[in-house]
Write a protein that binds this ligand. Structure first.
Ligand code: NDP
Length: 273
């Protein structure tokens, strides 16, 4: 079995640096995708209440024969449940068929609703009750992070943000780092868009790997936590086959130069308003 690197969170728990994302994996595709990933060696699955596939993720894990404690499972609190997090997590746990998740995240801050600090207080209680081993946030900017830290004294273990070669997020990553928060990246392949990039294609050719493998290897080497989404068995295998090569310092620098403001998802300052 391949040794996926583990990253230690600020609460002392560890997380596999690589996993499978299941946003937009339809329920009917999701069981097979997660089952295949677990067979290939993935041990980290990233889902969310809003993805509508928690039940299928739980089913695939239960049927896989892989012990529950060997799978790192993340789910997220949706925007309309900020004031109702304990019940929302209970519902997620029931759908997943587990008694705890390894990581529970506030999916978006939704500043207009001004309830994310309340949600964070609930997540702290849920962690203390053992329903979530670690807790964190997603799509939080600096001001949102500072508020939860200042008002509760508890620093999120991770901040899951959009980041890919054409939208790298140096500033927010630095802010996360300054607080001891690990950065998880979503849309790591730019939803497929960044796979067409000339520099990525050129590096792929020179190292004898695919564009997706080059981008995923770059994420691993820059130290972020990454979980590409695929429901295609061959791609699930391809994305996991990144442990036998390394990008040189020069290639890492070439990748850095691809950065521009190519945001693909919503802006957290206004999303959910
Ligand atoms: P990705 O960057 O992971 O891209 C997924 C797309 O790329 C799919 O269309 C997939 O197709 C395709 N793909 C995957 N592997 C390959 C490959 N090797 N070659 C060619 N195409 C490939 O985008 P996501 O937006 O899905 O992000 C990943 C995960 O991040 C999500 O699944 C979710 O878990 C999380 N996320 C979190 C968000 C948040 O707000 N916190 C927001 C968005 C995502 P196919 O499946 O058909 O193979």
């Amino acid at each position: 079995m391949t040794d996926v690197p583990e990253i230690t969170l600020n609460d002392g728990h560890t997380i596999p640096q690589f996993g499978l994302g299941v946003w937009q994996a339809k329920p009917e595709e999701c069981v097979d995708a997660v089952a295949h990933a677990l067979k290939v060696g993935y041990r980290h699955i990233d889902t969310a209440a809003i993805y509508g596939n928690e039940e299928q993720v739980g089913q695939a894990i239960a049927e896989s024969g892989v012990p529950r404690e060997e799978v790192f499972l993340t789910t997220k609190l949706w925007n309309d449940r900020h004031r109702d997090a304990p019940a929302a997590l209970e519902e997620s746990l029931a759908r997943l068929g587990v008694d705890h998740v390894d990581l529970y995240l506030i999916h978006w801050p939704v500043p207009s609703q001004d309830a994310y600090v309340d949600a964070w207080r609930s997540l702290i209680e849920l962690r203390d009750a053992g329903k979530a081993t670690s807790i964190g946030v997603s799509n939080f900017n600096e001001d949102h992070l500072l508020r939860v830290i200042e008002e509760t004294g508890v620093v999120p273990a991770v901040n899951q943000i959009e980041s890919h070669p054409t939208f790298q997020r140096f500033d927010l990553r630095q802010i996360n780092q300054a607080h001891g928060i690990q950065t998880e990246v979503w849309s790591p392949l730019g939803r497929g868009e960044d796979l067409e990039n000339d520099t990525v294609l050129e590096i792929a050719e020179s190292v004898g790997k695919t564009p997706a493998q080059v981008i995923l290897r770059w994420h691993i080497q820059r130290g972020v936590i990454v979980f590409p989404k695929s429901v295609t068995p061959a791609r699930i295998e391809e994305n996991f086959d990144i442990w036998d090569f390394e990008l040189t310092e020069g290639q890492m620098k070439q990748m850095i130069k691809l950065n521009r403001k190519n945001r693909l998802g919503p802006d957290p300052r206004i999303f959910g308003a």
